[in-house]
Write a protein that binds this ligand. Structure first.
Ligand SMILES: [Zn+2]
Length: 312
């Protein structure tokens, strides 16, 4: 008998002198149709009908997938770095799955670190599920959750969302459902602007070296300033991909764009380059929205790619 999966449990990996802990905001099995507005219903149908390495780990017999939202907490010998900060509690959001969450995230985070001890906050990009906990609600005001941290914003990324938040016609860029999921105006005023106004932003290059072990990799396309985070220490390495992939099906089909990709041709090229770079290497990938565990190795297979769960 298999043990039930605790989708909210923290997971920890060691990379040389660095420790990485996953703190979950939300997770759980969902019908694969959840990906319809992301990669398209026709593609989702094709995943369900074909034999695939995705079963049963990434796609259950009930055609369910796991689409977690979580943070990675990187402890280097000298710094504490948070990568991605989820949706956040108490938010009025258009997308039901993100609305007025009471997630317990800060309790799970607090079991690992005191938020006041964080040195850097990095968002792979500034979508609604990656920068929400930049702030928290206190006396009806949005205040920095990590008051002693420097928030490392990529300028092109911040400027893009600032411009879109101010542009009432921004929705012309997207199909209605994906655009609704982003909730740009509220997100900018609640999770980006208060950080800027608090003077906590460090404008950061997309290939910046944060510590001797941690560096950013430009992986633009999904958004204008999207980055991945590479950790190398003691001959070991891991890379946090961000949202280059929303589902395991995009590993097999890097040409399948994401409806939320702001530059779809570039997103496809970036995905293909990422797979080419890390396939059949010892670098473990930590995904955002692929689970139950986000840790996997990329393997070449039959002119395409597959994932091998790191715990397998
Ligand atoms: Zn995301």
């Amino acid at each position: 008998m298999t043990q039930p999966v605790d989708y909210l449990a923290n997971e920890t990996w060691t990379v040389g002198d660095v420790t990485i802990t996953k703190v979950v905001e939300s997770s759980g099995p969902f019908p694969i149709e959840l990906l319809d507005p992301i990669v398209g219903a026709e593609r989702v149908r094709s995943v369900k009908t074909g034999p695939s390495w995705q079963r049963p780990y990434y796609l259950s017999g009930n055609d369910e997938i796991c689409t977690p939202v979580h943070s990675f907490l990187i402890q280097t010998p000298t710094k504490r770095i948070v990568v991605d900060t989820g949706v956040g509690d108490d938010r009025e959001r258009d997308f039901e799955g993100f609305r007025m969450l009471k997630s317990g995230y800060l309790d799970r985070f607090g079991a690992v670190w005191d938020p006041e001890s964080v040195d850097y906050v990095v968002s792979t990009h500034l979508h609604v599920d990656h920068c929400g906990w930049n702030t928290r609600l206190e006396n009806a005001r949005w205040v920095p959750t990590f008051p002693n941290a420097r928030y490392l914003f990529i300028k092109a990324e911040y400027d893009a969302w600032k411009a879109l938040a101010a542009d009432p016609d921004a929705s012309r860029l997207w199909d209605p459902t994906p655009y609704m999921m982003l909730d740009i105006e509220r997100l900018f005023s609640e999770s980006m602007l208060p950080i800027h106004e608090a003077g906590l932003v460090d404008w950061t290059e997309p290939d910046a070296v944060l510590t001797p072990e941690v560096r950013l990799i430009p992986t633009h396309g999904h958004t204008p300033g999207h980055v991945s985070v590479l950790v190398e220490s003691g001959g070991q390495s891991t890379v946090m991909s961000g949202d280059l992939f929303h589902g395991a099906c995009q590993v097999a089909h890097p040409e399948w764009h994401d409806q939320l990709d702001i530059d779809r041709p570039k997103g496809m090229l970036t995905r293909a380059g990422f797979l080419e770079r890390f396939a059949d290497t010892s670098t473990m990938v930590l995904f955002t929205h692929i689970g139950p565990s986000p840790a996997a190795y990329i393997k070449r297979e039959g002119g395409s790619y597959r994932l091998e769960p790191a715990g397998a």
